[in-house]
Design a protein around this ligand. Structure first.
Ligand code: HEC
Length: 171
């Protein structure tokens, strides 16, 4: 799949879920309960370990795959930089450096990427990215750069969009 159509589809998805989510934001106790349930019950993959070690080249590879389309919603730095609708989604798009996200195990992060989080706007990458791609992203998520240092996603800057297409999943 080309990254541009994929990107546009995801933007459309994001605006659709924005439109569909007029419900009130959950309260504090409710959020804590949802968070606990996700960390301990619904998100799988806890026992899976990442065989990739963080090195400059695995981090760079993770950043590249993250650039295929995660950037449209999470920003190039994983901290929503330059994403106009991040706070308006319900639930809002979290900063991927937040303690809440970093407390997931590597296996859980890979599971989130693979399966997405229904019914929020977080899409499943199963069938789009290979296992290897997803594990590289997990390395990148553990080594995100300081907020704002990479600039805005090209999709929003009007620059010619030239990110490479994701390789089709092979497993
Ligand atoms: C269409 C927008 C969109 C795209 C594209 C997207 N995400 Fe998300 N992501 C979200 C939203 C919305 C949430 C919040 C979900 C929730 O809390 O239920 C989220 C949450 C997450 C979380 C934290 C989950 C949690 O429980 O706190 C991680 C990790 C994540 N995304 C990684 C990624 C990665 C890696 C990619 C690319 C493979 C990606 N996302 C692509 C919208 C998106």
């Amino acid at each position: 799949m080309q990254s541009r159509p994929l990107c546009l589809t995801l933007c459309a998805l994001a605006s659709l879920s924005l439109a569909a989510c007029k419900a009130r934001q959950p309260g504090r106790v409710e959020s804590a309960t949802i968070r606990w349930t996700k960390h301990h019950v619904t998100i799988g993959g806890n026992s899976q370990a990442n065989s990739l070690k963080p090195t400059p080249s695995t981090i760079e590879a993770g950043k590249l795959v993250f650039g295929y389309y995660c950037v449209v919603c999470h920003g190039r730095d994983g901290q929503n930089t330059g994403v106009p609708f991040a706070a308006k989604m319900s639930p809002p798009i979290p900063s991927l450096t937040s303690a809440d996200v970093q407390l997931y195990s590597d296996g859980q992060l890979k599971w989130i990427i693979e399966h997405g989080i229904a019914p929020s706007g977080m899409p499943a990458s199963s069938g789009i990215l290979s296992d290897d791609n997803m594990w590289h992203i997990v390395v990148y998520l553990r080594n995100l750069p300081p907020a704002g240092t990479l600039g805005d996603p090209r999709a929003y800057t009007g620059e010619e969009y030239q990110d490479p297409s994701p390789p089709l999943a092979t497993n």
